[in-house]
Design a protein around this ligand. Structure first.
Ligand code: SF4
Length: 200
């Protein structure tokens, strides 16, 4: 890969992320991405109601070990974020933001592919099942062996691979309060959603 052209490409992709609706985006090195098995374990059935319901979620993804192997093929990545009020993140309106997150990730990936980086891969957050296939009983890939219904919208969640999002945010210089069900919006007023695109 030509180092000079990669520099130009990642710079353009950072701008592209913001055009697509991200509040900020940064170019990072793939070596800045850390993977933690314990984080992937949090997806398990008792923790997430969507565990196993999509081909993009555990146990249907390659998980931390597969991601570590994949990462060896990449040198560069883009991370981006969407800032959002805690109140929205804790309400049903969060689904709209999560859909936007997936779509920005796909948009960056597609731009990278168009610029010749055909192995670029996007990751978002949240299961695609409730975001895009809510009205369907099941994920088409899992039950029919067919194509994803929303290939231009849905991407795997970072969680299922154990990607350490907090560390990524620190690398980007973004301070992040983790929003959980019990978070009081009067104490923590803003949170963020984030996505990652490997460029290669
Ligand atoms: S078919 Fe639906 S649930 Fe399955 S991967 Fe695509 S968007 Fe996700």
């Amino acid at each position: 890969m030509n180092q000079q052209s990669v520099k130009a490409v990642v710079k353009e992709l950072v701008q592209r992320a913001c055009q697509l609706g991200a509040n900020d985006a940064r170019a990072i090195f793939a070596s800045d991405i850390s993977v933690d098995d314990n984080l992937a374990n949090l997806c398990q059935e008792r923790q997430c109601e969507y565990y196993g319901l999509s081909v993009n979620c555990p146990p249907n993804v390659t998980g931390p070990s597969g991601f570590r192997e994949l990462l060896k093929n990449y040198e560069h990545a883009i991370i981006f974020k969407i800032d959002a009020p805690t109140e929205v993140l804790l309400s049903d309106n969060r689904h709209k933001l999560f859909r936007q997150l997936h779509e920005i990730a796909v948009g960056i990936e597609q731009s990278a592919v168009e610029m010749g980086y055909r192995n670029s891969k996007a990751y978002a957050g949240g299961s695609c099942k409730p975001l895009f296939c809510q009205e369907y009983t099941s994920c088409r890939v899992l039950t029919e062996g067919g194509e994803c219904r929303y290939p231009r919208n849905a991407r795997p969640s970072m969680s299922g691979f154990g990607i350490n999002v907090s560390k990524l945010m620190q690398t980007a210089g973004w301070s992040m309060d983790r929003i959980i069900r019990e978070t009081d919006p009067n104490v923590v007023s803003m949170g963020m959603l984030s996505g990652l695109v490997l460029i290669g």
